[in-house]
Design a protein around this ligand. Structure first.
Ligand code: IPM
Ligand code: MN
Length: 364
């Protein structure tokens, strides 16, 4: 049976990286005879009604019946696709590996050995998507435990909810523990997991995340679990990233921390992700659409290519995934076809041509 993969390129420069990645994958498919079939559903039009229109049924059907989705990045038109991929597919575990390899343009003097994975809860926290006018809450006489002021003294304003449920925290921490065990086996060391929350100022919501995380991690006695305040954690991640392996975070911190940790190894051009759930998985670069460089053919395709490698692995094509990663690493070591963000002068296409060349010669 062939593997069916939905392709949603997204917008702006991210779509350029995406199409070049698909060409690289086509080359790999040809050379290794992989049985992968692409599906490109229409995802809708940009426009004023994009938040109200339902996501096309045909695209939903394609995603639901495929083995995986590869996604570019969205600045609007594909926004509904992204929402469906997260909340429709319930892809609750957003895994964002951060690894330095020789040739990556890290701002650190000693980036050697940075190899960690952010595991970001992908559906809740402030992404619960419930906001409103403070007037709705004011009659309920809430009082701030921090300022001791009742909410109705604040006057005009808006609120946004942050929610952590037992089910979501449990499953994301389980996922993180299992990933920590898998990664430790591969590198022959003990599994470690760090968790970041702001339980000091959010003792109820983040305190709950932390408590459930601690209880869940206790079911994996081989995993050394540490809970840190999120501000301390991001500081530690910057001053000594090598001490971390798997880092589990609520959605918003996961979003922020994955951009910050990508910067440590050489930027968003290098940062892939895979979002996994019970009903499926999708893969996308951590970066946005990069509208500032659209049309220039200079976007770094590495993040999308490494996301595609995570997808190949998920589909059971472990060896092809390793080949892609190995060939990307060679390009960085040689330093001849790097994009401007990595200090090079090559185009997206030149980088990908070099990758295709390497994949071809490793499969002669
Ligand atoms: C990401 C992005 C998204 C997020 C946006 C595009 C909604 O920043 O995948 O990190 O906030 O999750
Ligand atoms: Mn983000």
């Amino acid at each position: 049976m062939s593997k069916q993969v939905v392709l949603i390129p997204g917008e702006d420069a991210a779509a350029e990286a995406f199409e070049e990645t698909v060409i690289v994958l086509d080359c790999l498919i040809d050379h290794l005879g992989l049985d992968i079939e692409w599906i490109r559903p229409a995802v809708g039009q940009a426009g004023i009604d994009e938040f109200n229109n339902p996501f096309p049924d045909q695209a939903k059907h394609a995603i639901d019946h495929s083995d995986a989705t590869l996604f570019g990045a969205t600045s609007g038109k594909s926004g509904r696709a992204l929402r469906y991929l997260r909340w429709g597919l319930e892809s609750y575990a957003n895994v964002r590996p951060v690894r330095w390899f020789p040739g990556c343009n890290s701002p650190l003097s000693a980036p050697e050995g940075i190899d960690l994975a952010i595991v970001r809860e992908n559906m809740e926290d402030v992404y619960i998507g419930v906001e409103g006018d403070l007037k709705i809450l004011q009659p309920m006489n809430f009082t701030s435990w921090l300022s001791n002021k009742p909410l109705n003294e604040l006057g005009e304003g808006r609120f946004g909810l942050k929610v952590h449920t037992e089910k979501s925290v449990t499953r994301i921490v389980k996922y993180a523990c299992e990933l920590a065990i898998k990664r430790a086996e591969l590198s022959n060391r003990n599994p470690i997991l760090a968790c970041g929350t702001k339980h000091n100022i959010s003792p109820v919501a983040d305190g709950y995340f932390r408590t459930i995380a601690r209880e869940t991690a206790a079911e994996y006695p081989e995993v050394t679990f540490t809970s840190l305040l999120a501000d301390d954690l991001i500081h530690q991640l910057i001053i000594n990233p090598q001490q971390f392996d798997v880092v589990v975070l609520p959605n918003l911190f996961g979003d922020l921390f994955s951009d910050a940790t990508a910067a440590l190894v050489g930027g968003l051009g290098l940062a892939p992700s895979g979002c996994y759930g019970e009903n499926g998985a999708y893969f996308e670069a951590v970066h946005g659409t990069a509208p500032d460089i659209v049309g220039q053919n200079i976007i770094n395709p590495t993040a999308t290519i490494l996301s595609a490698a995570m997808m190949l692995e998920y589909l059971g094509f472990d060896e092809p995934a390793r080949q892609v990663i190995g060939c990307v690493e060679q390009i960085y070591v040689e330093g001849k076809y790097l994009t401007p963000d990595q200090g090079g002068q090559s185009t997206t296409t030149e980088f990908c041509n070099s990758l295709k060349e390497k994949l071809r010669s490793s499969n002669k």
